[in-house]
Design a protein around this ligand. Sequence first.
Ligand code: GLA
Length: 396
Amino acid sequence: MMMRITKPSIFYAVLLLVFIVTGCKQSKKESQSEMETVKTESKQNPIEETIFGEMPDGTKVKKFTLKNEAGMEVDVITYGGIITRWTAPDKNGLYEDVVLGFESLEPYLDGNPYFGALIGRYGNRIANGEFALEGKTYTLAKNDGDNHLHGGEKGFDKVLWNGVAKNTEEGAVVELTYTSQNGEEGYPGKLDVKVTYTLTDNNELDIQYEAVTDKPTVVNLTQHSYFNLSGQLSEQILDHEIYLNADTYLPVDGGLIPTGELRPVASTPFDFKESKLIGKEIEADNEQLKLGKGYDHCWVLNKGEEGFGMVASAYHGETGRFMEVYTNEPGMQFYSGNFLDGTLPAKGGGTYGQRSGFCLETQHFPNSPNQADFPSVRLNPGETYTSRTMFKLSTK
Ligand code: GLA
């Protein structure tokens, strides 16, 4: 017998459907919230595109300003893919810039310690500027004492990227692409790289990296923002609390190259499994702290090599600013800005003195090409390198 469809029954059926759909959405949201960006509705926040400056040959450097519903703004330039400004609210809703950098292009061109930049092809150090692949030895620039650092003399932090901005369901996006030619900075293979910065309405900056090669090569990309959550960019970051979900870290030699040992953090100044002030033990009588002039080491994240999850956080009590870091990378270089020396002018006045910013650089381990026991950084033709890191800002 056919069911008679009455108006009230249609009404209740629709109501039930609405409950089911919203209920499902809710539970999906809850189960994903720890691990993933919650999708937001498509918003048409205008992305501003302006000219930040000119390269010595006259090429224009673009600046994209990503904005979200909450009021956060992130400026990204096509030179080095650098984040030059990033505003975040304090506990009273006051938005301030929380990353070190400059207001114009010139100081970036004059040389700086990788402020806000994309790092490649190999983030961190390669011992003696040398590695072998398939029996062939490749020689790289020794631009950090005897070692190779952050991709060499002209790494991805100093090249011009192609930038395209767009609004998506996830938020305001700038997509940067760059082709690194075979042999560039000594690395084998032509490498096509794409980095996507997405600013969501949840105050997350989601950074996704992709690369393909036409010859076996090594890749380790990262982002080198220096944070100072106080908003006072020339002040020290020793009053920030750091949490790192890592039982071990990689002790280094005098050139800051990991010795190969995975050393337990327990009962050492390297233990950040409970959130702890950076300044608490940074001056402790500890050989590794002396070698790094503070913290400048790679922590082995407990989450292992696979999966995307929350691995670290930073908290500034006075302003209440809180930042969580999510990644799928196995390591985290926590650098406490030890080499900053007060010679560079700070945005908003003063200079960038020692420890006026800290970096949380997600990555594979330093010198992996020469350490068979470390997770592999090799990329083969036909494979796609992918890496993802998300910084989420809030207050507490
Ligand atoms: C990284 C390194 C540091 C230093 C900075 C830039 O974080 O680990 O040793 O080179 O970059 O100054």
